[in-house]
Design a protein around this ligand. Structure first.
Ligand SMILES: Nc1ncnc2c1ncn2[C@@H]1O[C@H](COP(=O)(O)OP(=O)(O)OP(=O)(O)O)[C@@H](O)[C@H]1O
Ligand SMILES: [Mg+2]
Length: 369
């Protein structure tokens, strides 16, 4: 963008704006160039004309955490200029950027010769920005606290789950041995075992999610077979909820994925759809189509639609609506799984008509990148 149309320049009267533009040092930087380090003396104010600058705080060892970013028309470094304190974070260019910078003394000079009203206007803007950053920070701290609590809770649950789960497993294998000639018993015992493995995996996934790491065990999976298994495992659940489940998938579709996790994501979405239908009955359809680089899985229901109040924040953790025991984690976990697969998830919804989720997954790891 043109320097003169930058919002910072526009704060000033024409005369000062002219002077600022004349004294600006304009430079173009390539990817990963460090503009300043955390703790460095604050000697310049920067305006972003094009590109992106990331602000990173040093954590432990050689690790950095991104705390903010500035894009075209943003400015940064003003706090150090005003209070003379060192830089609070490192500024690093992301994929290239053009910046205009002003030395501290030039800026202080110009501010001294500027109308009080203009300075107030500028300060108002800076304070507003500080407020937004603080709010965002408080939100993140609260979220982190919730996650820590969730982690502790899940740890306890997993611990308490272990012994009843192994009893269930043991009993079903004994039943299997006692009635080894009865096909139905064998089939039901297998179901019991698969489900208890799923319960253990679910708890494990919740723990991973609370730690913020979705570790995938990817391999070539037969998506068609996995979906048929999914249907079978849920058959009783659907029947009890009065729901007709319709699966449509090309024959023998291979995909590189973590089957357990993918089915977990699907399960969370399907459970939501069943819960939204609220025992009234309805239809849930899972339709798989293929494209050049990947597959699209559409999960459609003819329920009440996603409430307007939560559409914006839908995939965030702890967003729940209208449920007595909703934790608001189902869709957040589903999204974290799809993200870990380098896929995408979105939804279309209409009140009184229903909801469709679209999951796009690459055939192989990085094709969507
Ligand atoms: N298919 C759907 N139709 C209508 N509303 C939906 C649908 N899916 C989700 N929702 C709404 O979105 C909210 C968030 O869903 P999410 O799965 O993240 O949390 P939850 O179901 O409330 O709790 P949890 O899954 O952790 O038990 C739900 O409470 C529900 O109000
Ligand atoms: Mg849910």
């Amino acid at each position: 963008m043109d320097l003169k149309s930058h919002q910072f320049i526009k704060f000033f009267e024409p005369e000062q704006a002219e002077e600022l533009s004349a004294r600006a040092i304009i430079e173009t930087f390539s990817d990963h160039v460090v503009i300043f380090e955390e703790g460095e003396v604050s000697d310049y104010l920067y305006l972003v004309l094009d590109g992106t600058v990331l602000f990173r705080k040093h954590t432990i060892n050689d690790h950095y955490q991104i705390v903010a970013q500035a894009n075209s028309d943003d400015f940064f470094g003003e706090f150090g200029i005003l209070d003379g304190k060192p830089r609070s974070a490192q500024a690093m260019v992301c994929e290239g950027a053009t910046l205009a910078r002003f030395p501290r003394n030039v800026l202080i000079d110009i501010l001294n010769n500027t109308k009080g009203e203009t300075v107030l206007h500028l300060f108002n803007f800076i304070i507003q920005r500080l407020r937004t950053t603080t709010e965002e920070f408080v939100k993140q701290v609260t979220y982190k606290d919730k996650m820590v609590l969730l982690g502790e809770m899940v740890n306890t649950i997993i611990h308490d789950f272990k012994s009843p789960l192994s009893s269930i497993n043991l009993s079903s294998s004994m039943l299997r041995e006692m009635y080894e000639d009865d096909e139905d018993t064998i089939e039901w015992c297998e179901l019991i075992q698969q489900q208890s493995i799923r319960m253990a995996a679910m708890a494990e996934e919740l723990l991973e999610f609370s730690r913020g790491s979705a570790h995938l065990r990817k391999q070539d999976i037969n998506l068609t077979a996995a979906l048929h298994r999914f249907e079978k495992l849920n058959r009783i659940y659907f029947a009890q909820a009065n729901v007709t489940f319709v699966l449509s998938c090309p024959e023998s579709l291979t995909l590189e994925a973590d089957e357990n996790k993918l089915m977990r994501a699907l399960q969370n979405l399907v459970v939501n759809a069943v819960e939204a239908l609220d025992g009234e009955g309805g239809e849930i359809g899972v339709t798989v189509t293929t494209g050049k680089v990947g597959v699209t899985i559409a999960i459609q229901d003819n329920g009440p639609g996603i409430p307007l109040e939560i559409r914006e924040t839908f995939f965030e953790a702890f967003v729940t609506y209208g449920k007595k025991r909703g934790t608001g984690l189902g869709t957040a976990i589903a999204k974290s799984i799809i993200d870990a697969h380098q896929g995408q998830i979105r939804f279309e919804t209409e009140v009184g008509q229903g909801t469709t989720f679209f999951i796009q997954l690459p055939f192989q790891g990085s094709q969507f990148l």
